[in-house]
Write a protein that binds this ligand. Structure first.
Ligand code: ACO
Length: 431
């Protein structure tokens, strides 16, 4: 807290509110408005939290105008270039890059927790074959609290650690079980000699009848996507995890709430929506027509994978993913993939269009990620699940930070009530 004070004067009473100013390490100054209600009986109105810091956090920093993304201070580009997802997970959870020994211990622990309780595995048989994988994953993650309730004391550091390692380790296994169930194929148990992403690919694509060799380019591409999706400060799903967690509920339930929030097309569901949209556009000939639809105020259509609440410049993750797209298609798919060509052309047209320039709408992280997933053989219905696996690390880091905050309070927003004023009940026969 600095000594600076922000003064606000009530236009009618002339009463002055002195609001303390909080200086962040990076980013805009924050005015602490706690006194507005306490001393002056005023609420603030900020739908969608466009200008409200909901918490104090030391995990991730975004500068949306400059296209900057830092995890614990490290630029995401440097991490993408030099690190691995599992090391980034350690960094996000514990605040510092691990030593070689710390990393080895952490990775060993994650590898040792990949299996699911057999009863949990049987849950999948209860789902219809065409259930959406996100629905299955949400339900099964919420059920984890029924299996590990003996280690969900949120004030016990050992319980917190085991929760963090378990959920990060088991999410790929849960996702793979959902996928195999939808295919009607036998579930493949995790192979703990494989690294995190290779293990996931093995569980998705191996079958008991044949030997399966994980493709290194595919595993590396997945690792990169996971680094880029691991955290993004107070986005919708992370804020949901914090809000649910602030009541003191068990952390598995808080993460399940986050997965539900991620599913929406305005958030993590956008990667699925992008591919659906590209298929609908179908050909470069139709681009102009769809761009016109996106600009039409009377048409609800939006260009999926474009625009972001925070980035008013290139999403740095989108740049890295576009580069990776070329490499993956070169190695695994069709280097002239018509959908990738279409995406590149759509990006080019939109970036030159006055509407998109004026509103600062740039491709976001989801614009190209679906094309990579598709080249890896991952079906569209699994795209948001992939996002959820990577973002679990961020959710857990934020849950841990929220849980450790000595000044933490239950999240409880206020409202601007616009319903009827008090009125008397009218008996049925008098209405
Ligand atoms: N296509 C066309 N117009 C758009 C788009 C788009 N993709 N995105 C925003 N706009 C327009 C809006 O119509 C609005 O216009 P107006 O000022 O004339 O009313 C203006 O740009 C601002 O848009 P808002 O919806 O107010 O911006 P907000 O910050 O609330 O929403 C969001 C951001 C949800 C990401 C939005 O840009 C969108 O719907 N994009 C498409 C979905 C998408 O790609 N989501 C993934 C986001 S990244 C992630 O969650 C991982």
């Amino acid at each position: 807290m600095t000594n600076k004070i922000y003064q606000l004067t009530h236009p009618e009473t002339g009463k002055t509110a002195s609001l303390p100013v909080r200086e962040p390490t990076l980013g805009p100054t924050v005015v602490d408005i706690g006194a507005l209600y306490r001393d002056h009986g005023l609420f603030t109105f900020d739908p969608g939290f466009a200008a409200t810091a909901s918490c104090e956090s030391a995990i991730t920093y975004i500068d949306g105008d400059e296209g900057v993304l830092l995890y614990r201070g490290y630029p995401v580009e440097q991490l993408a270039e030099n690190s691995r997802f599992i090391e980034v997970a350690y960094l996000l959870l514990y605040g510092e890059l691990p030593t070689a020994e710390q990393l080895a211990t952490f990775e060993r622990s994650i590898r040792m927790h990949t299996m699911l309780h057999e009863s949990l595995l049987r849950f999948f048989n209860g789902f219809h074959y065409n259930a959406h994988p996100m629905a299955m994953v949400t339900g099964v993650v919420a059920s984890m609290s029924a299996f590990y309730h003996d280690t969900t004391n949120i004030k016990n550091p050992a319980h917190i650690d085991i929760f963090a390692h378990r959920i990060i380790a088991k999410l790929p296994t849960i996702a793979a079980a959902a996928y195999k169930h939808s295919l009607g194929q036998p579930f493949m148990y995790p192979q703990n000699h494989l690294d995190y992403c290779s293990n996931m690919l093995h569980m998705y694509f191996a079958v008991p009848a044949e030997a399966y060799q994980v493709n290194e380019v595919a595993a590396r591409a997945l690792d990169l996507l996971f680094i880029l999706h691991a955290d993004h400060e107070q986005n919708c799903s992370t804020s949901t995890v914090r809000l649910a967690g602030s009541s003191g509920t068990n952390p598995y339930s808080a993460i399940a709430a986050g997965i539900s929030a991620l599913w929406g097309p305005a958030h993590g569901g956008a990667n699925e929506a992008v591919l659906t949209m590209l298929n609908e556009i179908g050909s470069v000939r139709n681009i102009e027509k769809f761009v016109a639809k996106a600009k039409d105020r009377d048409d609800p259509f939006r260009l999926m994978g474009f625009g972001h609440r925070v980035y008013k410049n290139f999403d740095p993750r989108a740049k890295l993913i576009r580069k990776m797209c070329h490499e993956v298609l070169e190695e695994l798919g069709d280097p002239n993939d018509p959908l990738f060509e279409l995406a590149l052309r759509l990006e080019e047209v939109a970036l030159k269009d006055d509407y998109f320039i004026e509103k600062k709408l740039y491709p976001n992280v989801d614009f190209y990620s679906g094309i990579i997933y598709r080249a890896l053989g991952i079906p569209v219905s699994m795209f948001t699940v992939m996002f959820a696996i990577a973002r679990t690390v961020g959710w857990v880091a934020h849950w841990m930070e929220m849980n450790a905050d000595p000044n933490g309070r239950i999240g409880r927003p206020r409202q601007l009530y616009t319903g009827p004023a008090q009125r008397d009940y009218v008996p049925l026969d008098a209405r």
